[in-house]
Structure formats: structure tokens, C-alpha cells
Design a protein around this ligand. Structure first.
Ligand code: KG4
Ligand code: ZN
Length: 357
């Protein structure tokens, strides 16, 4: 089974072709990603309209490159998958409409993929992980702990009540005058800093639930930075080190709670899987290894190119759905918001906040 996947929900324009064999294993035939970082850098964050226009400009070429590299003709595809949300709606419309056009012209089944589901299923492409497993998704837009029980069967065990982890790294970077995107910059500065110079709070520590919160920590960093202004390079390194240390301790605790909830409800997970851009952080990876070892489960982190947004994950999720006969019709709508777990509700007292429950 050969599936083309298209990703345009945020600031990467991506297309890929994957093969799914009858035994459920997968093979990547091509994976083309064009990041829009340069277009957004002057604004210190993703500008939705600039993102949508850039997708329109380059998507055709990216798809052609993915098909060429795979050596596959459109007529040989078993399915065309596009991320139909959640994401910036302009970009989602570009990708989904393009997939519909290809599907119509070639009489190929369409699969409208949830971007979060694609992150969730990636370790089955890279490592053939069996269900059920525990997913830690930490990207610029999402921080979630999810029980992955089967294709289309997800239970959210925890979520952020304010900022996503990547978002918090980006905001700290901006606050301290480091360039965009901020995650890698904060990580690098933290390596040269003293994590103990500032006593930053460890949000949510010890709570029974598995939710995250980072806005209080962010405010604490802002307050310390304000007192020290103008900041010298060592101040910046120390603030980053203190911030990252607090994130690590909080996230380790929250994951411990999530894994406990997982075990109570579904038995021991087959693996702890990390995905999303923040999983590229080496200190976060070390912490994840410790958390997994503590509960005697295997840690699986897909290679960085498949952790951050890409077309292969969309193609693979499309293939997994197609194998179960789950295809979509031409009237499928693009979605800015789309919960992975349809039964998930906002954590108590946070129902009215802007976090993406
Ligand atoms: O998954 P991703 O590529 O895109 C989505 O948000 O969907 O994640 C990007 C996010 C950004 O917020 C970026 O700052 C963060 O992941 N990130 C990192 C690191 N590399 C990327 N955060 C912390 N440390 C890093 N090394
Ligand atoms: Zn993503």
C-alpha cells in the first residue's frame, strides 16, 4: 500500500510517500520538508497569513519532489492523506484542498488525518511499536500525555492548562532577546548556565492528575530578568538553565503521574513514546530515559526529522487508517481545532482558558 501524505498545518510545507506492508510494517520512500522559519523569523513567531501564502507558493513543487524521489506515479497510489487539522486554518485549507484535487483526478481514496494522530502513530512506522503505548507529545502547540490504544482510539491522560512546552521555550527566548525559534537557543544557553542561581517554581509538582502548567514559571523568569536588566550573557545563560531545570523537574513529575494513570486504567504500556519538537532537546531526552527506566518501560523517540512536523507522519497515519477502511469524503471540512480524544474535557477550573483542550 503506497500513500502520499501532505502536511501544512503550521510553518512546514511537507510531503512524503510511505509504504505499508500487509504485516503492518512501514517503509519511508521519500520525505520532503520545507520550513518557513526564515519567513517568520523577523516577527519572532509564526504569522498565519504568511504561512498560508508560503504553502500555496511551494506545495505543488514539494509534492512533485516527494513523488519523484519515491519513484511513484500518482496512478500507483493507494491513498492520498492530508492533515485536515488541528492547525492554522489557512494552511490546513491549502493542504486538504490539494489532496482532494489529487484524489478526484486520479480516483484515489482520500484520508483526512488528525495532525496529532499522525504524531501519535509515528513510532509504529519507525519502530513497529505495538498498542497500547503512552505518548508524550511536546510541540510548539501541544503538550499532552495520551494513551494510544489503537488506530483512532486515544485517551488523553494529561494536557497543559496554559502554554505548550515548545511555546514556553520560544517565549523565554523572546523575553531574553534570543533569536527565533527559541527552543534550541534556550537549550544551548542553558548548557552554559548555572541551574541553581535562581529558585524558580516547579509547577504542578505532586498533583494526582497529569496536567501541565508553565505560565507561572514563565512569569517567574520574567520577574528575575526584569530585576537584572540590562542582562549580560551569563545572566541569560543562568536564567535559561534555571528555567530548563524547572521544566525538567515538572515534566518528569507530570509524566510519572501520567504513567501511573495509564497503568491503572490500561495495564503496563508497551513503551513510552516522545514526539514533537521539544523532544529534540537533549536534556529532555535524558529526563525521559530516566522516567521510562523508573517504570521499567522502553523509551522510543523517533529520529528528530520525524519528531518535528513532516509529511511522513501524515502519510503513515493515512496508511494505518486506509488499512482499516477508514477513508473520507470530498465534503470533509478543514478544522482549526480537533481533539484527538473526543471525550476529553477541560481540566477542572480551566474550562474558560485559551489552552487547546
Ligand atoms: O513539533 P514542532 O516542530 O512543531 C509544532 O509545534 O507542531 O515543534 C516546534 C517547537 C517550537 O516551539 C520549538 O521551540 C520547540 O519545538 N523546540 C525545542 C527544541 N527544539 C525545538 N524546545 C526545546 N528544546 C529544543 N531543543
Ligand atoms: Zn506537530
Amino acid at each position: 500500500m503506497l500513500v502520499l501524505g501532505i502536511e501544512t498545518t503550521c510553518d512546514e510545507t511537507a510531503a512524503a510517500v510511505v509504504e505499508r506492508r500487509a504485516d503492518g510494517s512501514g517503509r519511508l520512500l521519500s520525505n520532503i520538508v520545507r520550513s518557513q522559519t526564515d519567513e517568520h523569523a523577523p516577527f519572532g513567531g509564526v504569522v498565519p497569513e504568511i504561512a498560508a501564502r508560503a504553502h500555496v507558493d511551494v506545495l505543488d513543487g514539494i509534492i512533485a519532489a516527494a513523488m519523484n524521489e519515491a519513484g511513484v506515479a500518482f496512478a500507483s497510489l493507494s491513498g492520498v492523506a492530508a492533515a485536515a487539522g488541528p492547525g492554522l486554518i489557512g494552511g490546513v485549507i491549502v493542504g486538504l484542498t490539494t489532496a482532494k484535487a489529487i484524489a478526484l483526478v486520479h480516483g484515489t481514496p482520500l484520508i483526512a488525518v488528525n495532525h496529532l494522530e499522525a504524531h501519535a502513530l509515528t513510532p509504529r512506522l519507525t519502530d513497529s511499536v505495538e498498542f497500547p503505548y503512552c505518548l508524550f507529545l511536546a510541540s510548539g502547540g501541544h503538550t499532552q500525555i495520551v494513551a494510544v490504544l489503537g488506530v483512532g482510539n486515544y485517551v488523553r491522560l494529561g494536557t497543559t492548562v496554559d502554554d505548550a512546552i515548545g511555546e514556553a521555550f520560544d517565549k523565554i527566548a523572546k523575553m531574553l532577546g534570543l533569536p527565533y525559534p527559541g527552543g534550541p537557543q534556550v537549550e544551548r544557553a542553558a548548557e552554559a548556565g548555572d541551574p541553581n542561581r535562581f529558585a524558580f517554581p516547579r509547577p504542578m509538582l505532586g498533583r494526582q492528575d497529569a496536567n501541565f502548567s508553565l505560565s507561572g514559571l514563565k512569569t517567574a523568569v520574567r520577574n528575575e530578568a526584569g530585576k537584572l536588566t540590562p542582562l549580560d550573557p551569563q545572566d541569560i545563560n543562568d536564567l535559561c538553565a534555571g528555567f530548563q531545570a524547572a521544566v525538567l523537574e515538572s515534566v518528569a513529575d507530570r509524566l510519572g503521574a501520567g504513567l501511573r494513570l495509564f497503568k491503572e486504567r490500561f495495564g503496563p504500556p508497551k513503551a513510552l513514546v516522545a514526539a514533537g519538537g521539544a523532544a529534540a532537546n537533549q536534556a529532555i531526552r535524558r529526563m525521559l530515559r530516566e522516567v521510562a527506566a523508573k517504570v521499567q518501560t522502553t523509551l522510543i523517540v523517533p529520529p528528530p526529522a520525524l519528531c518535528t512536523d513532516n509529511g511522513a507522519m501524515i502519510a503513515w497515519a493515512g496508511a494505518e487508517r486506509l488499512a482499516l477502511g477508514l477513508t473520507d469524503t470530498m465534503d470533509t471540512a478543514p478544522r482549526a481545532r480537533w481533539l484527538l480524544d473526543a471525550n476529553a474535557t477541560a481540566p477542572a477550573k480551566f474550562a474558560n482558558t485559551r489552552a487547546g483542550f
